[in-house]
Unconditional design. Structure first.
Length: 270
């Protein structure tokens, strides 16, 4: 109530931010006019925030129109002929407007042959391509997907690029007014440094957008290693790998249980 009293109409409030260089003892025209010093008991202002502050928050939120997510997937499949399957996957990448990043085939025997194909697929066709790969396979041993949100990184790089371009414009304006040779050389050196930083930021931002638009899909292809023993189908490699995977999973669960028990010892003691 004392703050809202008309006894001291020209005294600035502590919670009001003034621009740099303004005389704090000089009365503001809006304050002299009268009613902008209204408040409530306890010194908490009841007026809504200025329109500029509200608009700045809304503009900041509207800049991020959509999430920037990099999706990667890996599939491990078993087929009859890994070499033929690798050729089918190359054709599949072209059909989905993608391209093959790398492709390799190892082994001469069809039963032990191993192939790996990595391809870039447009993000909108990523799930369709995975479904087609699963149709080609006789058995799908592993299918994983990872998504990495790079929205903050993209926004930060765009902001840094805008600042660098603004700095470049300032150096160009200074260069036009420079008269001495020493000043021209110094400004030109700074300008070259800023332009190098702009090129680097543009390259990083372009690569980031390319990774968002084109998802990476890696397919590991194995042949069916089947040996006929006493009329039974024996798959030693597959069974050994499945057993090893189960053992590693059991060890991981055991380690997690031990960590949880150690962290809960104080609670148990109490």
């Amino acid at each position: 109530m004392w703050r809202s009293s008309p006894l001291l109409p020209f005294w600035p409030r502590r919670d009001r931010v003034r621009p740099v260089g303004v005389d704090y003892l000089t009365p503001s025209p809006k304050l002299v006019a009268g009613s902008s010093m209204r408040g409530v008991i306890g010194g908490v202002g009841g007026n809504p925030p200025p329109p500029a502050l509200r608009n700045s928050n809304s503009n900041a939120s509207s800049e991020i129109t959509e999430r920037q997510v990099i999706r990667t997937g890996s599939i491990e499949i078993i087929v009859s002929d890994p070499l033929q399957t690798a050729e089918q996957l190359r054709t599949l990448a072209v059909n989905f407007s993608g391209f093959v990043v790398s492709s390799s085939v190892n082994g001469s025997d069809e039963g032990t042959r191993f192939a790996q194909v990595s391809m870039r697929i447009p993000a909108e066709h990523f799930d369709e391509a995975r479904a087609e790969v699963r149709k080609i396979a006789k058995t799908v041993e592993q299918d994983t997907i990872e998504a990495h949100d790079v929205t903050r990184e993209s926004v930060n790089q765009e902001a840094a690029l805008r600042n660098a371009r603004g700095e470049e414009a300032q150096y160009l304006a200074i260069l036009k007014r420079a008269a001495a040779v020493k000043d021209v050389l110094e400004v030109s050196s700074r300008l070259a440094e800023v332009r190098g930083r702009i090129d680097e930021l543009e390259g990083d931002l372009q690569l980031l957008h390319h990774q968002v638009e084109m998802s990476l899909l890696t397919i590991a292809i194995r042949g069916i290693a089947v040996a006929q023993a006493f009329g039974l189908h024996w798959r030693p490699l597959y069974e050994a790998k499945a057993s090893l995977r189960g053992a590693l999973g059991g060890m991981t669960e055991y380690a997690d249980d031990m960590v949880a028990l150690f962290l809960n010892l104080p609670v148990i003691a109490i």
